[in-house]
Design a binder for this molecule. Structure first.
Ligand code: ARG
Length: 463
């Protein structure tokens, strides 16, 4: 057992207590950030004359050596240490002797761990956004190719009105674009440095917190030392953004599962992204989509878990906060894995355009347009609605689509119909006349696609 404390204790820690308390099994994940934070701290201490330049250089060299050895696998992080902070400090003292004992001057593990976690998640927030942007690119590609691919749009999972595949994909483009902007917002709010807050009340050493913050790429130091060690809002925000991403992915997966079903056959999931059954040779299952949908629950759970952990914690640091790590790490790994896999699945998905078109044609998705035709010929909308209702009933009885009825059949129900009804209710007309902003009409869609292209091309890091 290697601990950083013990001076005021007369007994060894109970083994079970030690293991219960220790965090090295998971906080080793930010070993690099811990060492980067320590190096910045040491540079600042020397600049302020709290350490000599010689001490600084010795410590920096020592930490760099530890970092290199950990990265090359020469030095193992083992559970003989309580946490990653103890691991680094103990190894440093082993390597460079007494100078190593000065590393922790003007610092507490409370501000140290707050820093490490912030540094780790800060990178991950950007990584998550990067993965989402790859997904957006794939979505844009599908949109560009499918502004004329007609399919039914649904409400209540009942065919409603014809749309295009580009339009449907565009809805997801909007969702994931919002997710990207949420991540950027989080980055902007979280990018302030807790280091220098000490245990909770700052320190009497003349630390230059602005300097440390700048060295570590923060906008500046956090302005209240108690808040600095106990703020986990950024993790709640990140988990909430990740839960929303999973919700979006899950809805998309649900649609792919439905579209891939024997009944719909709108899409075929690529063999590389499907799995078989151990007993039913004919099966090709959408397991990946189902797993992504399933993992949404896990990420929601992490958000709820951390909210609950934090709700009763008095200021400032309390050990409960150690519980933030495993669930945030797990959520990050889950979300990144799911976004990447989903992107691959979508990129290789085969759309059965004929089936989609056929489905749109055979579900009375143009019934609203038939009513609008009558309205344009002077029939009040309520009457038009009734007439088209009778048309639909007639078609169901005779197993026809509206487009397949003869003009005589139309006129038997309402004499207002003329030969131009066919043109008026063709799928292409139904879609392409819908030209309001955000509607599926080809011209409207192309304007939106252009803005998406610009969004993806021009996107420079705004954080
Ligand atoms: N492992 C602790 C955590 O993750 C580090 C901070 C420990 N500080 C303390 N006072 N016990 O929160």
């Amino acid at each position: 057992m290697a601990q950083l404390w013990g001076g005021r204790f007369t007994k060894e820690t109970d083994q079970l207590v030690y293991r219960f308390n220790a965090s090295i099994s998971f906080d080793q994940k930010f070993y690099r950030q811990d060492m980067e934070g320590s190096m910045a701290h040491v540079r600042m201490l020397a600049k302020q004359g709290i350490l000599t330049e010689e001490e600084r250089d010795k410590i920096l060299e020592g930490i760099k050596g530890i970092l290199a050895d950990v990265e090359s696998g020469k030095l193992q992080i083992t559970d003989q240490y309580e946490d990653i902070h103890s691991f680094v400090e103990a190894n440093l003292i082993d390597r460079i002797g007494d100078a190593g004992k000065k590393l922790h001057t003007g610092r507490s593990r409370n501000d140290q761990v707050a820093l490490d976690m912030r540094l780790y998640t800060r990178d991950e927030v950007l990584e998550t956004e990067k993965l989402l942007r790859k997904l957006l690119k794939v979505l844009l590609g599908i949109m560009e190719e499918n502004t004329e691919t007609i399919m039914p749009g649904f409400t209540h999972l009942q065919k409603a009105q014809p749309i295009t595949l580009a339009h449907h994909m565009g809805a997801y483009f909007e969702m994931f674009k919002r997710d990207c902007s949420r991540l950027q917002d989080i980055y902007k709010r979280m990018n302030y440095c807790p280091l220098g807050a000490g245990a909770l009340a700052g320190t009497t050493y003349p630390l230059d917190r602005e300097y440390t913050a700048k060295l570590l790429g923060f906008y500046g130091p956090m302005l209240n030392s108690m808040d600095a060690v106990s703020d986990r809002d950024y993790l709640i925000e990140y988990l909430s953004a990740m839960a929303t991403i999973m919700m979006h992915l899950s809805r998309f997966c649900e649609e792919i599962i439905i579209w891939n079903s024997n009944e719909y056959q709108f899409v075929e999931i690529d063999d590389a992204y499907s799995t078989g059954s151990s007993i039913m040779p004919q099966k090709k299952n959408p397991d990946i989509a189902e797993l992504v949908r399933g993992k949404a629950g896990r990420v929601y759970g992490a958000l709820m878990s951390l909210l609950t952990t934090l709700k009763g914690i008095p200021l400032a640091y309390n050990k409960d906060m150690q519980e933030d790590k495993e669930l945030v790490f797990d959520a990050i790994d889950t979300v990144k894995g799911c976004v990447a896999l989903f992107t691959g699945m979508l990129d290789t998905l085969r759309f059965r355009k004929e089936r989609m078109n056929d489905s749109a044609r055979h579900g009375f998705t143009n019934a609203t347009d038939a009513a609008d035709y009558l309205v344009n010929h002077g029939v009040p909308f309520r009457d038009a609605h009734g007439i088209v209702g009778r048309l639909v009933l007639y078609c169901i009885e005779h197993q026809k689509a509206l487009d397949d009825m003869s003009l005589e059949e139309y006129q038997a129900i309402s004499p207002v119909f003329e030969a131009d009804i066919y043109e008026a209710i063709s799928m292409e007309t139904c879609v392409n006349k819908r030209l309001t902003i955000g509607a599926p009409g080809k011209e409207a869609m192309e304007r939106v696609i252009e803005t998406y292209r610009e969004y993806l091309d021009s996107h420079v890091r705004t954080v």
